[in-house]
Write a protein that binds this ligand. Structure first.
Ligand SMILES: Nc1ncnc2c1ncn2[C@@H]1O[C@H](COP(=O)(O)OP(=O)(O)O)[C@@H](O)[C@H]1O
Ligand SMILES: O=C(O)C1=C[C@@H](OP(=O)(O)O)[C@@H](O)[C@H](O)C1
Ligand SMILES: [Mg+2]
Length: 229
């Protein structure tokens, strides 16, 4: 019988469920806010986390679009400008800040305004999905940049365009993302699981790591205080 496969098949859904049961007592109903650059998986991983925790899922971009008569983010940027969008983004985060048991996928630029941090951390824990730029550019090139107006400025093919803009945005915002209460590094997870490339990681494996990092944070002194334990 062939043995020695690096990745023994395992039930990642069961692992996710078990991890959520482990973390729940520490979470104590606190919301989870996912931050990260465009394409880092905030919406995708956020839905998985909300489902396994039995939390409500909110995508701040979607809530903003609903507030502006269903206009898309790209149309809002075009017709009203970025500062209007940022004002709406802060209003949405303010509204969510009084609620518990939410998983909120923020837009990639939410970390720029200090007031947004006050709202996110009022009853929530902020988690940064830290994905290598090349992987982000690949993901965005696969779906196109049309829905992400801040990626429209460069020339070249979608991958190159996305990579250039994301590199610039990371330079501008890196320090802000690093303020998160917990960081999920896809490079570190891939290393831990013995994968060659972060693109081998499934959203569920990333969600498991997010819960692990939340648990680490909450078990630290300030995290316990935040969780009211
Ligand atoms: N772990 C993953 N592996 C491969 N593709 C992913 C992964 N997570 C998300 N994606 C894809 O990347 C794109 C961006 O994901 P999304 O959740 O919208 O990110 P964000 O909300 O951070 O912009 C989507 O097309 C999604 O299907
Ligand atoms: O990085 C940014 O400034 C933005 C990210 C987008 O959300 P996603 O991160 O979900 O793409 C959206 O909020 C808007 O296009 C601005
Ligand atoms: Mg999103």
């Amino acid at each position: 019988m062939e043995t020695g496969s690096i990745h023994a098949p395992y039930d990642e859904a069961l692992m996710l469920k078990n991890k959520s049961l482990e973390v729940e007592p520490y979470l104590n109903g606190h919301s989870i806010y996912l931050v990260g650059l465009m394409g880092s998986g905030k919406t995708t991983v956020g839905k998985i986390l909300s489902h396994v925790l039995g939390y409500s899922f909110c995508d701040s971009d979607t809530l903003i679009e609903q507030e502006v008569n269903g206009m898309s983010v790209a149309e809002i940027f075009k017709l009203h400008g970025e500062s209007f969008f940022r004002k709406k983004e802060t209003e949405v985060l303010q509204r969510l800040s009084s609620k518990k048991q939410l998983v909120v996928s923020t837009g990639g630029g939410a970390v720029v305004r200090d007031v947004n941090w006050d709202y996110m951390q009022k009853k929530g824990i902020v988690v940064w999905l830290d994905v290598p730029l090349e992987a982000l550019a690949q993901r965005i090139a696969a779906v196109g940049t049309h829905s992400r107006p801040l990626l429209h400025y460069e020339d070249g093919d979608p991958y190159t365009k996305a990579l250039k803009r994301l590199s610039y945005l990371l330079e501008q915002r890196g320090k802000n993302y690093a303020k998160a209460n917990a960081r999920v590094s896809l490079e570190e997870i891939a290393g831990k699981l013995g994968y060659r490339d972060v693109s081998d990681l499934t959203p569920t494996e990333i969600a498991i790591e997010a819960l692990e990092q939340i648990e680490v944070y909450l078990k630290e002194e300030d995290g316990m205080a935040i969780a009211g334990l």
